[in-house]
Each structure stands twice: as structure tokens, then as C-alpha cells.
Design a protein around this ligand. Structure first.
Ligand code: ZN
Length: 430
């Protein structure tokens, strides 16, 4: 299993930066070919698929299991990463350097660590002739960081045959440990993801010379609406995974959980509170604002974009609140991707718990809701159940949440070795 460290380091060295624009996105094909070669070395037949856009490589391989009864399990990782600015880092972000007990580089936690772990386990299973209880489909995908248009989203539309018989999937973002009290580790399994919405607000007013009296200024009206929406707090709604998670943390720490004011329990979570806290309510954050073209001209239009994240079942209520806050003089456009959610039970969850506790006996597993979105949104269109499970044991003081898309992204070598052992156990009994 030690090869997982070398695999993670080598994967990081492929600069698979996804800028969102095809001309400047590079490296995915080379990384996908590297993965395909490693799988073929271990006896797999692989399928390499590009979307219409050249270079956006995806690799899929299937290991037949003992029984078809429960359908296949998809183990997917994305190979693309968000950009990194080398001058801000302690090491070069595409060096894959192994030092100080960490593997460093862009993608170390999002999510080449999981690509390396699943590749290490797949290779071992292939070499040793392991027959898992059900078919395993290993997938290494492009373009997750821009919504999966050339990756999961494209495959689901154009090559659903590659996922024939798949009923469940594991991937990011879950399976990592959170130290909630001295030596007490909870492992967070993602059972839900918020919905994602793209909200564009625009106003139209009377244009003219900047020196005149203006009572119908599109920019000022939009700015006021943006400020109102920014200041608006959406209601606290405790969805089942969030309630179960906070109940679990309360039980592990002895800190009482008050459903009307979960802040006491949240306070025990350290840096992860930012992510868990975002699961308590809908959010709308303004990300772009554009208006005007000349310093002495009042323009006729202005527009702003909000990144919106809605709890499962809240999209309609969310939009009613937005309309009430911004008012009738602002028009809106809306695009959304649905939430993901499943229950925290069944054979797959039992196998996760057994695999984790075999390696970390006092650990507890807790469900949680991710405030962001992943490729799970695409795969659920095929009716595939998603659980975020990319096991990692983390040191108590590591600000794991900040490493996603962050500077000095890195993964602990011990945690990676632990994760590969857990994944190996899990996939033998999934
Ligand atoms: Zn990711």
C-alpha cells in the first residue's frame, strides 16, 4: 500500500489546472493516460473517453465482483484541480513534494489523494486477483471544478453504458476525521449536498450625463438590492443529516445540543464549523458585479451574480425570499442544480464503519451535509446513490477545510496510508 504516496505525488505533478475555459485547461489527458497505464499494468482493461473538447480525458475500468445482486459500486475521483499561484506557496504547487510528513501540492486533498488511494487499491486487487462482493467501477474524471461538463456530466449523457448496473457511489467529500475532544475522532460521511443556484440580478434605469440630476440610476438601485440580499439571513432549518451530526457531536463531547441555537455545539468543531455552519441555512453570496463604461456616463443597466446554496427541499422557498428581499424593480435569472441526499444506513454504511474501526477502534462515524457540490450531482441523474467517503485520518490541529482550493494544500502521509488501508478493507466487503 506504500505506493499510494508515490502515486499521489506523481498525480500532483501533472498540472491539471481547470480554469473553466478550454484553451487554458491542460494536463487532464496526460494524467488520465498515466492512470490508465497503471491500471493496465495490474491487469485491467480501461476505457479512455474524451468529451468533444480535446484533451478532457476520463478513464473508466471495471473489476467484476462475486454477485450482481446489489448492483455495482462506483468509486470516482476527479483529476482536475483549481489554479494555484506558485509565488504564494511554500513549495511549488505542482511539485508533489513529500516532506515534513506531508505530500504537498494542488489537488493533495481535492482530490488526487482519493485518486491515488483508489488506484493503489485497484492495482492491488488486480494483481492479487481479489474478487470483491460486487462489481467495482473505478472512474477518474475531468472537469469537476467547472461543473463536470466535460467529465461526469458528459459521461452521464453520452456514455451511461459505462455505469451499467451501478447503484451506489463513493467519492469526495467525506471520510475524513475530525477530533471533537481529546483523542475522540469522528469520521464525517457525506450523505447530502446542498443545491447550487446561479442567480443573476439586473436593473434597467435612465441613462445620461453624470452631471445631471438622476433619480432612476440602475447602478445605485442594483447596489442597494445586492446589499439587502447580502444582509438577509435565511432561516435556520435542521435537515436530518445536520441534526444527526450535531446530535452525534453533542453525544461525543457532552456539550448540550439546542436545536434553536446550535452555536454551542458548532463551537466545538474548530475550523470545520465554517462548513458545517453553512449546512444550517440557505446562503447567497454576491460574487460578481458589473456596470458602467465611462466615469461621466450613468449607464442604463447593471447586473450582479450571486452564488446560492439551498438546503434540500428549499429551492422554491429560497426564491420567494429572494424576490421579497430584492423587490419588483430588479429582474432575476436563475439556473440551478439539485441537492443530493440519502439516508445514513444500510450495508454500505456498515462496511464503512467496520473498515474505519478496524484501523481506528474508538472512532465514530457521523453523517453530514456538504455545503458545496460535487460530481454526485451528475451521477444521481442515473439514479446512483452517493456517499462522500474518501477516508483520511487527520491530525487534530490541521485546518482541513482551508486546504480545499487553499494555499499550501497538502495531505498527511500517515493519513494517506491510513486511508488506503481503510479503502482496501471497505472495498473487500462493500
Ligand atoms: Zn473536488
Amino acid at each position: 500500500m506504500d505506493e499510494v504516496v508515490a502515486l499521489a505525488s506523481e498525480l500532483i505533478r501533472f498540472d491539471t489546472t481547470n480554469t473553466g475555459s478550454p484553451e487554458s485547461t491542460r494536463g487532464e489527458r496526460l494524467a488520465a493516460e498515466y492512470v490508465a497505464e497503471r491500471l493496465e499494468d495490474a491487469g485491467y482493461e480501461t476505457t479512455y473517453v474524451e468529451s468533444g473538447a480535446p484533451g478532457r480525458g476520463n478513464v473508466i475500468a471495471r473489476l467484476p465482483g462475486a454477485s450482481a445482486e446489489r448492483g455495482a459500486l462506483l468509486v470516482h475521483s476527479h483529476l482536475d484541480v483549481v489554479p494555484a499561484e506558485p509565488s504564494e506557496w511554500s513549495v511549488h504547487p505542482f511539485s508533489g513534494e513529500v516532506s515534513g510528513g506531508y505530500v504537498w501540492g494542488r489537488g493533495a486533498v481535492d482530490m488526487k489523494h482519493m485518486a491515488a488511494m483508489s488506484l493503489a487499491v485497484a492495482r492491488r486487487f488486480g494483481r492479487d486477483g481479489v474478487v470483491p462482493p460486487r462489481d467495482l467501477v473505478f472512474a477518474y474524471l475531468a472537469d469537476e471544478e467547472a461543473g463536470g461538463v466535460n467529465g461526469a456530466g458528459w459521461l452521464v449523457h453520452h456514455r451511461p453504458d459505462l455505469f451499467d448496473g451501478v447503484t451506489e457511489a463513493i467519492s469526495e467529500v467525506g471520510g475524513f476525521s475530525l477530533t471533537v475532544a481529546d483523542g475522540v475522532r469522528a469520521y464525517l460521511v457525506e450523505t447530502a449536498e446542498k443545491g447550487v443556484g446561479w442567480l443573476r440580478l439586473s436593473t434597467r434605469g435612465t441613462p445620461g450625463h453624470g452631471s445631471l440630476l438622476h433619480t432612476d440610476n440602475a447602478v445605485a438601485r442594483l447596489a442597494a438590492a445586492v446589499a439587502r440580499l447580502d444582509a438577509h439571513e435565511f432561516p435556520l432549518v435542521l435537515t436530518p443529516p445536520v441534526r444527526d451530526f450535531l446530535d452525534g457531536v453533542s453525544a461525543l463531547t457532552g456539550v448540550p445540543f439546542d436545536a434553536d441555537d446550535p452555536s454551542a455545539v458548532l463551537g466545538r468543531l474548530g475550523s470545520v464549523a465554517r462548513m458545517i455552519g453553512a449546512g444550517l441555512r440557505d446562503t447567497a453570496n454576491v460574487t460578481m458585479f458589473s456596470a458602467g463604461y465611462k466615469d461621466n456616463v450613468v449607464p442604463s443597466t447593471a447586473s450582479a451574480i450571486f452564488d446560492c446554496r439551498m438546503l434540500p427541499g428549499r429551492e422554491d422557498a429560497f426564491l420567494r425570499e429572494v424576490d421579497a428581499v430584492v423587490g419588483p424593480s430588479v429582474s432575476r435569472e436563475w439556473k440551478s442544480m439539485p441537492p443530493v441526499s440519502t439516508t445514513f444506513d444500510g450495508t454500505l454504511v456498515d462496511a464503512m464503519a467496520a473498515a474505519i474501526t478496524a484501523e481506528d477502534p474508538d472512532a465514530r462515524l457521523l453523517p453530514y451535509m456538504l455545503s458545496a457540490g460535487t460530481d454526485a450531482k451528475s451521477f444521481q441523474r442515473l439514479g446512483i446513490r452517493h456517499l462522500g467517503f474518501a477516508p483520511l485520518r487527520l491530525p487534530p490541529d490541521l485546518d482541513f477545510t482551508a486546504l480545499f482550493h487553499g494555499i499550501d494544500e497538502r495531505v498527511p502521509v500517515d493519513g494517506l496510508l491510513f486511508g488506503a488501508r481503510v479503502l482496501d478493507r471497505f472495498l473487500r466487503m462493500c
